[in-house]
Write a protein that binds this ligand. Sequence first.
Ligand SMILES: [Zn+2]
Length: 287
Amino acid sequence: MLENVEKVIQKAKKGKYAIPQFNINDSTSAKFILEVCEEKKAPVILGCSEGALKYMGGPTVAVNLVKGLIKDLNITIPVILHLDHGQSIASCKKAIDAGFTSVMYDGSTLPIEQNVKNTIEVVEYARKHNATVEAEVGTVGGTEDGITGGVRYASLDECIKMSKTGISMLAASLGSVHGFYHGEPKLGFTEMETYAKETNLPLVLHGGSGIPDDQIKRAIMSGEAKININTEIQNAFNQGIAKYYKEKLNLNETGYMLKNITGKYAIPFAKAIVAEKIELFGNYNKA
Ligand SMILES: [Zn+2]
C-alpha cells in the first residue's frame, strides 16, 4: 500500500529502529527492493532522485511503476514513494501531483530563513495531498546524482527553526557523505541526541552507505529514524555485472540477455545488501 511516512516513521522513532530509504533508479531496482522488503515484512521508503526520475521518464512513470509492482507482486507492507533531494518547490509539487506520498525539499544551500520559508510552502502543498515532507539543514558531503557538497554540520538553532515548519522528518547533516567514504566517517552523535530531543522529530541520516554497523546502531539510538542507502546497492549490482564480463562467465548460458545476466550475477548481490540493511536497522517484522 502506498502511504505517507507519518505512521511508519513515528513507530520507528518510538521503537528505536530505522526505516530504510532505498533508492530506486529503474524498474529492476524497484522490483528487487520491494521483493526483499515484503519477505522481511519491512516497511520501506523508496527514494527517487530528480536524476533518477529523468532517467526513468518522470514522476508519473515512477508512481505507476511502484503502484504496478505493489499490485502484481502482492506487496502488503507499507511503501512510501519519496522524492529524494527535491531541488525546487516546483519539483516537489510536481512529484506530489504525480502521486508521490512524500518529498524531500532540499534548501540546504540557501540561507536558513529562505530554506524555512520554502519548506513551509512545500509542507502546505503536501498537506493538501496527504503527503509528508523531509527538510535538510547543514550539508551532506560527497557527490550523489550530480549534487556535490562539503560537510557542514547543522546547528541546533537551524534545526529548531526548521522543526516549526510542519515537516515529518529532519535531515540534520552531522558528518555523513553521499557516495563512498574516504576514511572513517565522523558523525556527530552528541548533536544527534540533542537535536532529536530538542526538535522532537525523527532524524534522517543521508549517505548511509559505508558507515560501519556499530556507528549505524549508535546513530539509531541517538535519534536517526530514517537511513538512506543508495551507493552500496548500486555498487553490489554493478560489481556483479563487472565480474560477469571480466570472467566471461557462462556467456553461452546467459546468451547476452541482460535479464539473464542481472538475474544471476547482479540482483542476488544487490538483494543481499537490502536484506542486510533491514536487519541492521532493526526494521524486520515491523509491517
Ligand atoms: Zn542524500
